[in-house]
Design a protein. Structure first.
Length: 356
């Protein structure tokens, strides 16, 4: 073979390697998504989310709002959110959460203590898949009517509950109880779509009730590992170093449970833009500090994504609510990339740097 031909072959091989190495299907913005923590999506929300570059938006499918009366489903809010975002090329990660008052006395009570509750919870997951899954009725009917010519983006991944290691989100916050919630949801979801991916609930790493690594160990002891395909974590921390330590400790617990290679999504990561000393726990950094720590955290997680099998990093939150101030979550009211009037904070452009 001549030197010239050898050079051509070598160059072609190098180009092929580069093409294979680039995750073209996911694109640059595929790793990073946004939480949308409001009940309904406005047109302005949809436009701003499109401009963010995020290709995944996490939103709560609040069971009490969707099935306010037994057997009567109101899909209007999820139809609008799922459809308006799909039309812009954004896929929704739904979090199935909460017990309706016709079933349990409190939203945070897991629906596991009666056959009626267990059947209803399974039925909710099944109904959600039948509406928005790969063969969902929404895509062939209302979506085509509202967004003619736009490609459908069926939901294939479903997150089960939110922060069950906090008593304020699931009471009791016990691994055994959550394993039952997970098992029932898994059955309902996969009965409707055998290829559905079931995601563990996102949990804060540290909790006054039970830490995330102890919680997932308890789920493994209850043989719950077979009921989820993707793990999730909310590694809130004072610093990026602490955040990385939390993720590492959680992955170690997963490895001991036999899930060394199972994918992990960080379905909430964030810091507030209120001044540093405004709240406890070190989760507010000021506006410029919020931008700096977002850049630092995202850069660090990109470096670790393959080692820790991180498939998504979802920033909490897309925007602040109206009014601002501090609520029961010390940093949540200022964690948005936009303020309550949709004005971008410095962290907005920092986020877009990672998605464009």
């Amino acid at each position: 073979m001549s030197l010239r031909r050898t050079a051509r072959v070598t160059f072609a091989a190098a180009v092929l390697v580069l093409l294979i190495a680039v995750p073209s299907a996911q694109g640059k913005g595929g790793l990073f998504g946004l939480d949308f923590s409001f009940h309904e999506l406005s047109g302005k929300d949809a436009r701003k989310l499109d401009k963010s570059g995020a290709k995944t938006v996490r939103w709560t499918f609040a069971w009490p709002r969707i099935e306010g009366r037994q057997g009567q489903f109101n899909w209007s809010a999820p139809d609008k959110l799922v459809g308006d975002l799909a039309a812009k090329g954004i896929k929704v990660l739904p979090t199935l959460y909460g017990s309706p008052n016709w079933l349990e006395s409190r939203t945070v009570k897991p629906p596991i203590d009666s056959q009626k509750a267990r059947d209803a919870w399974k039925g909710f997951g099944k109904a959600a898949v039948e509406r928005y899954g790969p063969n969902g009725s929404y895509w062939s009917g209302p979506y085509q009517a509202d967004h003619p010519g736009k490609s459908a983006r069926p939901i294939g991944t479903w997150q089960v509950w939110n922060e069950p290691n906090l008593k304020g989100a699931m009471d009791p916050p016990k691994p055994g109880a959550y394993t039952q919630v997970l098992k029932l949801a898994h059955k309902g979801l996969t009965n409707a779509d055998p290829k559905a991916k079931v995601m563990f609930a996102g949990m804060p790493a540290y909790s006054g009730d039970i830490n995330s690594w102890s919680f997932i160990k308890g789920v493994y002891r209850n043989h719950g590992g077979k009921y989820f395909d993707i793990a999730a974590l909310h590694p809130y921390a004072r610093t990026v170093k602490q955040m990385l330590g939390e993720v590492n400790r959680f992955r170690q617990a997963m490895s001991k449970g036999g899930d060394r290679h199972k994918p992990l999504w960080l379905t909430e990561v964030g810091w507030g833009s209120l001044p540093k000393n405004a709240t406890a726990f070190g989760l507010t950094k000021g506006k410029k500090g919020q931008k700096r720590i977002l850049k630092h955290a995202f850069t660090a997680l990109k470096k670790k994504r393959h080692q820790w099998h991180i498939k998504r990093v979802v920033w909490f939150n897309f925007r602040d609510g109206k009014g601002g101030g501090v609520n029961s979550c010390s940093f949540c009211s200022s964690a948005g990339l936009l303020d309550g009037d949709y004005n971008p904070k410095p962290a907005w452009q920092a986020f877009r740097h990672f998605t464009h």
